[in-house]
Design a protein around this ligand. Sequence first.
Ligand code: KG4
Ligand code: ZN
Length: 341
Amino acid sequence: MDITILGIESSCDDTSAAVLRNNVLLSNVIASQAVHVKYGGVIPELASRAHQQNIVPVVDTALKEAGIGVDQIDAIAFTRGPGLVGSLLVGVSFAKGLSLAQRIPMVEVNHLQGHILSHLIDLPDRTLPHPEFPFLCLLVSGGHTQIVRVDSPASMEILGTTIDDAAGEAFDKCAKVMGLPYPGGPVIDRLAAEGDPQAFRFAHPRVEGFDYSFSGLKTSFLYTLRDAVAAEPDFIERHKADLCASLQTTIIEILLKQLVRAARETGIRDIAIAGGVSANSGLRNAIAAEGRKRGWRTFLPELKFTTDNAAMIAMAGYHRYLKGEFASLDIAPVARLEELL
Ligand code: KG4
Ligand code: ZN
């Protein structure tokens, strides 16, 4: 029997709705919030209000694009966390309203598991490459950096995590000091293409096991800029591409070092990446090259499934639905991952 899931994502600054039939994506609509650009970061209060304005039209468009009526949905999957509580509340409350109105169950989804399970999605006109279980997923987003061992859609273990900043945060914060717009990751990615990745050296962390740290890199980037700008006021402007290329290369080297270690120690050779930073062209090339060298099968998500989207939430929700794991009407969003475990 076909199962049709409506997915809702509102954890940060993208309002998204998607329709999934089994593992085939019928629609995936994303309203990105431009309101934050002029502040150089997400303003939670403004994000909540924009979600509130966007959610109904976004869901409506997702249903229309999927060619289905609201009465054809079997369940609503929503992001419960981690994320901004005011933003999550909009999606959770919407899911409750629709669940009551349509008398259909709700399924809660862990946003990070959603990113990982985006690798199980297929499109109506073609199947996509899917890793086999168990696989390792390098999850790199604005708020998290983790190496996750994925044994099944329902069973995952975090092998390593950042002890301070996330990789996306390192991109965004360093971009901000260079006066680049938010979010910094895509801008650095673009500028890095024209720069020399060996022009500058920044600090590499020494972290045991599979954990990450990016705060030392951020500090060494800041100090390099501070000293250089004191001597040469237009330093950033003149060296922007080289700074971006060197920074991006350092972030990639840090990410790969622990991932290689995890692959070696677990013996797992199906390696996936997920999350907003997995859109980074340098990281994608580096993972593919490392995979060729080490005999991994590497899985790079389609770009539309890298940054926040409801397709991945519907996908994760589908697997919980199959297990009969429904949410009750008193469910509330949670800000931190630890509250979900
Ligand atoms: O997964 P995501 O959309 O939201 C969170 O769950 O955090 O990730 C957003 C992060 C931001 O830090 C953004 O700068 C980064 O992903 N990002 C990129 C690229 N595209 C988005 N970082 C590097 N290169 C990119 N092309
Ligand atoms: Zn995300």
